[in-house]
Structures are given as structure tokens and as C-alpha cells.
Write a protein that binds this ligand. Sequence first.
Ligand SMILES: Cc1cc2nc3c(=O)[nH]c(=O)nc-3n(C[C@H](O)[C@H](O)[C@H](O)COP(=O)(O)OP(=O)(O)OC[C@H]3O[C@@H](n4cnc5c(N)ncnc54)[C@H](O)[C@@H]3O)c2cc1C
Length: 439
Amino acid sequence: MDNLPVLVAGGGIGGLSVALTLHQIGVPCIVLESVANLRPLGVGINLQPNAVRELEELGIGPAVLDTIGVQAREWALVGLNGNDVYSEPRGLLAGYRWPQYAVHRGALQMLLYEAAVERLGAGAIRTGHQVTGYRRHGDEGVTALIATHDGRYLEMRGSLLIGVDGLHSAVRAQMHPHQPPIHWGGAIMWRGTTLGRPIRTGASFVGLGTHRQRVVFYPISSADPATGLATINWIAEITVDSAGGWRGGDWNRKVDVESIIPHFRAWTYDWLDVPAMLRGADEVFEYPMIDRDPIPTWVDGPVALLGDAAHVMYPTGSNGATQAVIDARVLGAAMIEHGVTACALHAYDAQLREDVGGVVLRNRGAGPFGLLNLLDERCGGVFDDIDAVIPPGEREAFMSRYKVAAGFAMEKLNAATPIIASGARVGGEAPACCSTMSS
Ligand SMILES: Cc1cc2nc3c(=O)[nH]c(=O)nc-3n(C[C@H](O)[C@H](O)[C@H](O)COP(=O)(O)OP(=O)(O)OC[C@H]3O[C@@H](n4cnc5c(N)ncnc54)[C@H](O)[C@@H]3O)c2cc1C
């Protein structure tokens, strides 16, 4: 058992964060990634200060992140009439000790991949290896069942298996065979990136519209000094009748931009032309706003779920990737305390599952965009003076409740010790509680 690696199913942001964390604390691991050749897929994502702190602990600090994104300065909600509903500074400007980043998801994944190959060796990251299931062996670890890209079937033995295999997780499907189907509340998102001039602070996240129809946009690159143009990530979203159910889809379903323009044709302001921004994208992807119901456990003996496989959530709170990084660090800390054991997996589950399940449900209620719901209830979204509709104290209280729930409340984060103490490594005898591998 001692010589067996930890197996990590999935080489996304979560899986690679696990690999880098395990390497840092001296635990051998092998990443099994289904895609044969990783490519920088996706569009923009946010890394909240708590995740940036953890990446810095992994040696991927601001100097590196500055090469793939921009430090966010503001988060703002704007009503359909163009009036501000709420705005607050973000990252360093807000007083966090670590910045918040807006980055290209694919660029971040490739950065983590290259760091993992460099540190763990290319043999530790096996692409073209799809995990289809697992077999438990009591106290003797676990076997991952693998289908390779070139049509072979393999079995690989490990001490533990961490299922970080995303929305359609095969590990989760085996662990929870009767889980409800993917949940869809009726919102459809179209996503793309367009070269444009950044507005407001130059690094502002702006949500414009109503809770049923909005456009969210933010730069994910610095402005080119010669042209003043940056890569602007945008998400255009509408809510439709979900009675017909979710018709399937993944992150890579392309659509013709002209099919979405009619929803936003009238959205032109002297500071933004929404149809022009949408039309400026080379590619537009459709993605339904989907998640999964929280589950009663993320652990089955020597097997645990992590990242989207454990808790895929609506992206309304911009914390899917952030939570995957935090999960990886909490898992590493649990191994330092409990050894490379099922007991560590239980400690990880006990520390995170309930709270993160709460964030999943909170994001269903629109997450921080819930302020727009409130605005709609009180004035149908039509207002001149926002203070008369939702007083400033109420707006701030709403936002701080969300940040506490999502784990990036500023005072708490700034005062907290690192999740993994500098130089800590796994070693010594596993505590007695770890002798059973039962779930
Ligand atoms: C192609 C793609 C594009 C995305 N684009 C965006 C985006 O634009 N904006 C956004 O907010 N979020 C996006 N996401 C989701 C976002 O990356 C995650 O919410 C977040 O980073 C948590 O990461 P994760 O590692 O848990 O899951 P994911 O990022 O989904 O990574 C899961 C990884 O596991 C691999 N995998 C899947 N099944 C298996 C299996 N059976 N065996 C082995 N490996 C497997 C996948 O190929 C993937 O590399 C995207 C995800 C993917 C996969």
C-alpha cells in the first residue's frame, strides 16, 4: 500500500491542483485524464483571493498569473436602464492580501498542466486515459478501471482514488448510482470573447440587466498599450421555460451569434453596444446553467470526489474553479493530519461538503445576482434612485452573506493561517482511526 500512488481521475483545474498539492506534500500520484491532447478550452473564469493565495503557496503567484489574466478591481451590477445597482472593489483594492484574477480557463489549465509535468514528470500525467469506474479492496486500496484513447482497457492500482472528472463524473456515477439527473433551472448562457475597450476601472466585472436576462462581461487580458483593446469575456444569458427539460450539451457546443442577437438587440448604451460586443466574438458557445443536487457523501472508502465532480454549481458566484483549488488544499491538509488514508478523505468531506452544498443551492437562487431579483420584486427593475429601492446597508449585507458562505470573506481570509503550513509533508505512521477503509 505504501508504495501505491494516489490516482487522480481528471486533469482539469481541480485534478491538476490535487497533483501539485500532493507533490508538494510528498505523496506520489498519477493523473488519469480522458482527453488525449489537452487544449486550452473554455472562456473566462475568476479566481477568488482564497484560491490565488493557495496557488501562490504552490509557487504559482501573481507574477505567473499576470501572464494569463488580469487582477480584478471591481464587481458591479447595472440595471437595464444603465444605472448602477451595486458596486464594490475587488481583490487588493478591496483590502484582500491576495488579488482576484480573471483568467482564460484554458490558459490556467495549461499553466497547471505544464507545472505538473515539470514537477511530477510526464509519466505522472497520463492523457488519453478515461476512468470508467473503480473496485475497492478493503484496507488494500483501490483499482481504477480505465479505457484508453487507443481502445485498450487497463486497470491501475492505487492507495486512494480522487474523482475530479467534472460534471459527468464516472466516479460519482458509481458512488451514487441513484443520484438525480442533472438539474437545469431554465437559464441558457452563451459565452464568448471579443476584443474591446475595457470600461469603468479597466478591470471591472459588470452584470447588466435583470435576473432573467443579463449580460456579464469582464476583461481577461490587459489592454494592449498600442490599441487600448483587451480580451473581453462575455456571458449573455436568458431564462426560458425549463418544463421541456435540459436538452443536453457541454462546454463546447458552438452556436451562430446571429441566433442570439435578437434577445439583446435593444441593449445599446453610450458606454456599451451589446450586440456589437457579441458579434465581435470569433466563436460563441452555448451552455445551459446546470448543476447537481448536493449528495450525502463525497467519499466511498478509499475513493473521494473533488471539484465539479463533487459539487458542480451555477457559475453565478464565480467560484467553481476557486472551490476546486480550495478542495485540493483541504484534501492535502487532511492527508498531512491523517496520512494517505480513507480517514483523510472523511476529514476532507466533513470539513467541506455541507458548506459547499450550501453554496450550490445558494447559487441556484442567483448567488450574488440575487440583488437583481430583489430589485425586480420591489420595482420591476425600473428605478431612478437605487437607495430608495434597496438601501446601501441592505445591499452590502446581501453581498457579505454570499462571501461568507463561499469562503472568501475578507477579514476571515486575511487572518487565516495557510491551509497547508509551509514545508509540511506527509510522513510517519497513519493514526489508528485509519485502519479501516469502510465508508
Ligand atoms: C472543456 C471545458 C471548458 C470549460 N469552460 C469553462 C468556462 O468557459 N467557464 C467556466 O466558468 N467554467 C468552464 N469549465 C468548468 C470549469 O473548468 C470548472 O467548473 C472548474 O474549473 C472546476 O474544475 P474541475 O477540475 O473540477 O472540472 P473540469 O474543469 O470540468 O475538469 C474535469 C477534467 O476531467 C476530465 N475527465 C472527464 N471525465 C473523465 C474521466 N472519466 N476520466 C478521466 N478524466 C476525465 C476532463 O477532460 C477534464 O479535463 C469548463 C470545463 C471544461 C472541461
